[in-house]
Write a protein of this length. Structure first.
Length: 282
């Protein structure tokens, strides 16, 4: 049976990584639909300002997805303020500079996993009792890197692929309880994280130029937030933006071997990999 649509008016949504970017864009979109929104991020002052910019039904809380006690406290405060949580969006994430797996510092590699994967897990674990009680919806923010080659950003790609699998499993596990889960896959969104990882880093910028032009389309955080809000209303199992990436996801089993082989032979990419394969990058 198809899950009933979710009317967001009067609902409560908690979003991690919400002081800016996709998280803030999603808070605005959900608030416009009548939801109360709880923004959770590291910087308490920045998060409070972001919440104030959203509106009167918005609460900003400090919370660290790498710290279970901190996140649990934020979730508890959100539930106490608004009486519960209907929707949880595990959005907090970080991206590293381009390097090969051979030379990645282990602490850097593992910190990306800690935020992007374990942080999502901690968010799910803290919010799940509330979401199940209200037959609500979870959104796990993944990436196109869940189904495209993660050369030069292996910790990011590995974390996002794992997030996809967690979200898919939750969809099945929650079905009997009347709650739902979905995975969001974003391509290039004009956030500070993308600007630093892709545009501010010379190797990242050159790598972007190797990507076929139609796939380089960049959307705003506000547009990404609208995509998430519409997906939540439908209790969608997946959302992809820009939509042009959806075909690659659907065909991944057929075309990924050919894409990997092509990338291995691409002269520009091989040169970038050689430059990234050094212990100390300028």
């Amino acid at each position: 049976m198809r899950p009933l649509a979710l009317d967001l008016a009067g609902k409560v949504a908690l979003i991690t990584g919400a002081a800016r970017g996709i998280g803030l864009g999603t808070a605005v979109a959900l608030h416009a639909r009548g939801a109360s929104v709880v923004l959770v991020d590291l910087d308490s002052e920045a998060t409070a300002r972001a919440a104030a910019s959203v509106g009167e039904r918005a609460l900003g809380l400090a919370g660290d997805v790498t710290d279970r006690a901190s996140l649990d406290a934020a979730v508890a405060a959100a539930a106490e303020r608004f009486g519960g949580i209907d929707v949880a969006i595990a959005n907090a994430g970080i991206a590293p500079r381009a390097q090969t797996a051979r030379v990645y510092d282990s602490d850097v590699w593992e910190s990306v996993i800690d935020v992007n994967l374990l942080g999502v897990w901690r968010t799910v674990k803290a919010c799940l009792p509330h979401v199940v009680e209200r037959r609500g919806h979870l959104v796990l923010v993944s990436s196109i890197y869940a189904f495209t080659n993660g050369a030069l950003v292996t910790p990011y790609a590995a974390s996002k692929a794992a997030v996809e699998q967690l979200g898919r499993a939750l969809r099945v596990e929650l079905a009997d309880r009347g709650a739902t889960a979905g995975v969001a896959y974003f391509g290039f969104v004009d956030t500070e994280m993308v600007r630093q990882a892709m545009r501010a880093d010379p190797l990242g910028a050159r790598f972007e130029q190797v990507i076929p032009r139609p796939l380089r389309k960049t959307i705003t955080p506000e547009a990404a937030g609208e995509v998430l809000a519409r997906g939540i209303e439908r209790r969608a199992p997946w959302t992809v933006a820009p939509r042009r990436w959806a075909a690659l996801s659907a065909l991944r089993g057929l075309i990924n071997p050919a894409i990997d082989a092509g990338m291995s032979r691409e002269p520009r990419l091989r040169e970038i990999v050689r430059e990234a394969d050094v212990e100390e990058r300028p």
